[in-house]
Design a protein around this ligand. Structure first.
Ligand code: ATP
Ligand code: MG
Length: 508
């Protein structure tokens, strides 16, 4: 068995009213990929913040080699070879890649002035980037990089401090399908070089691909461990939620109907020289796949009246609708559940209750007074049906775990009456139990005659949930797959702008 690198023993962490971690123990061996899974709020990020020296535990010890700590500082963690690729990346956008990699450890020129030696820093970062297969140079401003590229910068930074353990907390939640594949290759390479990775994800397929061992947390406790040869979706789910999940995907109760939403020759501001044509029938869930930047979000924003429509038209049940603002869109029954919960979905300082009812405040307002009781009742029901883990609906959204914040955003939209609904990455960061509930909610909306477009970069989800899949490439639709054509391979081919290999039932 490989050498033990570090060990967390009996770790506890309490926040007011919340026992986030309770007697958790975890060890990491050299060169292994350790999967860390659990429902939203189970304590995964908290445990990793303890290991990264970001927060102090209330109990327990951390052993690194022969040294034992009651708590680590960030500096001690770094010195012990622990590096953190953050869930919310934190790089300096106005500095270049090399400066970010060496932040706080800048290489200086010889001589008195202690000038920063940019050339030398860039020269030492270049081979690290090459090793990661990065397609940008050390003097690129971080501001100009995509999320996937920024992640590579964080990993390069970890390599440059000779990290022995790299913590990745939901690293693929903002990556596209092909970027995810690339990251998994990088992880395999790190492992081959004896570097350990702690990998947190709600995408169990990724865990199956990369983990040597999986530790499962539930309600702040370790509830089990699975060796590589014991790994299966069912085994992981059983430990995570403490029971079997009947079915992750809810099948449709009835066939899709005529009518729905037709988008014809639509031109968006993001791709002014491309036209998009796409139909979603009532009762159908249309998956919308593609690389980040392929135009999926801008299509949704245009249909919802956020971005100006430059050409073409939108018809609902064969009647042309004019969408010049979100107000118009809502009037016609077009809704969008946006992708970035922090920017457009959630007010962190407000209680869960208000966040869930902000968008349709008028329903709860009587005589200019907000009917607090009605609001609380609706919020409580939504919180229950989405299994939001919180002591009450009156607490601020900011204290919730990432996935539970996403559920609050969804709760807000699900109480309305849509005809066409766009979901942009609806289950980003959401645990498997809650995912199945969200899929069931989408399916229920569809069964009630709503036309649904689900933008997703999660391959398993796209294939599992959708009735048809449209794939975008560089602002246009590169193909539409029917169920019998569904495969990761076909989605990927269309996403990179190639055509399908077989011509039978070819994409329209
Ligand atoms: N600063 C804080 N103040 C109060 N409670 C907190 C704080 N940070 C975390 N918690 C609580 O601790 C528990 C564990 O949260 P944590 O973020 O570790 O969950 P997680 O397993 O990472 O979940 P997710 O999968 O949703 O990211 C949750 O109940 C959360 O609300
Ligand atoms: Mg987390």
């Amino acid at each position: 068995m490989a050498e033990m690198l570090l060990e967390l023993a009996g770790i506890g962490k309490t926040y007011p009213g919340v026992r986030a971690l309770d007697d958790v123990s975890l060890s990491v061996r050299r060169g292994e990929v350790l999967g860390l899974i659990g429902e939203n709020g189970a304590g995964k990020s908290t445990l990793m913040r303890v290991l990264g020296g970001v927060i102090a535990p209330t109990q327990g010890v951390i052993r690194v080699g022969d040294v034992e700590y009651g708590q680590l500082t960030v500096r001690e963690a770094t010195r012990a070879g622990i590096a953190f690729v953050h869930q919310e990346l934190n790089l300096f956008e106005n500095l270049d890649v090399a400066a970010n990699v060496f932040i706080g450890r800048e290489k200086l020129m010889g001589g008195r002035l202690k000038l920063v030696n940019n050339a030398q820093m860039r020269a030492s970062v270049a081979p690290l980037l090459a090793r990661l297969g990065a397609d940008f140079s050390p003097d690129t401003l971080v501001d100009n990089l995509s999320i996937a590229q920024r992640q590579m910068v964080e990993i390069a930074k970890a390599l440059s401090i000779d990290a022995r353990v790299i913590i990745m907390d939901e690293p693929t939640s903002s990556l596209t399908i092909s970027e995810t594949e690339r990251l998994l290759e990088v992880i395999a390479d790190l492992k081959a070089h004896g570097i350990s990775v702690i990998y947190i994800s709600h995408r169990l397929g990724e865990i199956m691909t990369c983990a040597d061992r999986v530790v499962v947390l539930r309600d702040g406790r370790t509830v089990g461990e699975l060796a590589r040869n014991e790994l299966s979706h069912a085994a992981m789910i059983r430990l995570m939620i403490g029971r079997d999940l009947k079915a992750l995907y809810t099948p449709p109760k009835r066939a899709s109907e005529a009518g729905g939403c037709d988008i014809a020759n639509l031109v968006t501001t993001a791709f002014p020289d491309r036209q998009i044509s796409l139909s979603v029938r009532r009762g159908e869930i249309l998956g919308l796949a593609g690389l980040v930047g392929a135009g999926r979000t801008s299509l949704a924003r245009a249909a919802f009246g956020i971005d100006t429509i430059l050409g073409g038209e939108i018809r609902i049940d064969n009647a042309r609708v004019n969408v010049a603002s979100p107000r118009d869109a809502i009037r016609h029954g077009i809704y969008l559940v946006p992708e970035d919960r922090k920017k457009s979905g959630l007010v962190l300082e407000l209680p869960i209750r208000e966040n869930m009812t902000l968008a349709n405040l008028s329903n709860y307002a009587r005589m200019w007074l907000i009917d607090g009781a009605a609001e609380r009742k609706v919020a409580k029901e939504q919180a229950k049906s989405l299994s939001i883990k919180a002591p009450s609906v009156d607490i601020e959204a900011v204290t919730l775990s990432g996935g539970n914040q996403q559920k609050v955003v969804l709760g807000k939209w699900l109480s309305m009456k849509p005809r066409v609904m766009f979901f942009d990455e609806p289950t980003r960061g959401i645990d498997v139990g809650a995912k199945s509930e969200i899929y069931a909610l989408m399916r229920d909306l569809a069964d009630r005659g709503v036309a649904i477009v689900m933008i997703s970069s999660d391959m398993e989800e796209v294939i599992g949930v959708s009735d048809r899949v449209a794939v975008m490439h560089e602002g246009g639709i590169s193909g539409v797959l029917e169920r019998d054509q569904f495969s990761e391979y076909n989605v990927l081919r269309l996403a990179i702008g190639q055509t399908l290999e077989t011509t039978e039932g070819a994409a329209t």
